[in-house]
Design a protein around this ligand. Sequence first.
Ligand code: GLP
Length: 241
Amino acid sequence: MQLVKVDNYEEMSKKACSIIMEHIQESRNPVLGLATGSTPEKLYSCLIEKYKQGKVSFENVMTFNLDEYVGLKKDDANSYHHYMKEKLFDHVDLRADQIHLPDGHSEDLEQDCRAYEKQIQRAGSIGLQVLGIGLNGHIGFNEPGTPFSSRTHVVELSPSTRRANARFFPGIEEVPTQAISMGIASIMESKKILLLVSGEQKAEALHRLLNGDVTEDFPASILQTHPDVTVIADELALEPS
Ligand code: GLP
């Protein structure tokens, strides 16, 4: 893993933005894996800004998101479909057929998971996967204990993840108990991975990622075995006060 240290959230977002722009410019058929949560918000605003300045186009890009809540309709304000439309998709030159997210409201979730894997494979696998990290080391929604061999699957969200994400919902009761997530094996097949870590609340998770053992108890630890991972971390995440 290559560690890039930056001063703050702003710098982390700008650095990630330029890595993604470079990837899009250098790839013939760029396939981006995208994450949600607070971490990539400014990265997405930066991409929108660069698009508006004519510095990047998403014309040939395919996108696959990591995860989606089960039980929320696409237009629900808390769905990741809605998040992505609001934070990125509606503001750049991406057509609906270029965008992919798991369908958390589908009649047959298992079938949807299998179809999602096939779509990723048909696209030629993910070229650059953006990741955040959960407080308990989750990547996507792969909670501690998830087999490293997992593919896109339905997951039970841990109480700590539901608590951490309750800030986006009216209350913890409204946070779904399940989600669909790309599996750990699916994520590991990405050619390049870009992990973004900001803020002191992530310091413990980052420390374990950089120094701990590779174990299913801490899903992000598998990234230590991937040949091309860049971790961009800010000072607060690196040096807890
Ligand atoms: C969420 C998402 C992940 C995200 C992580 C960190 O639950 N499912 O994709 O990377 O947890 O979220 P945040 O960036 O808000 O801290």
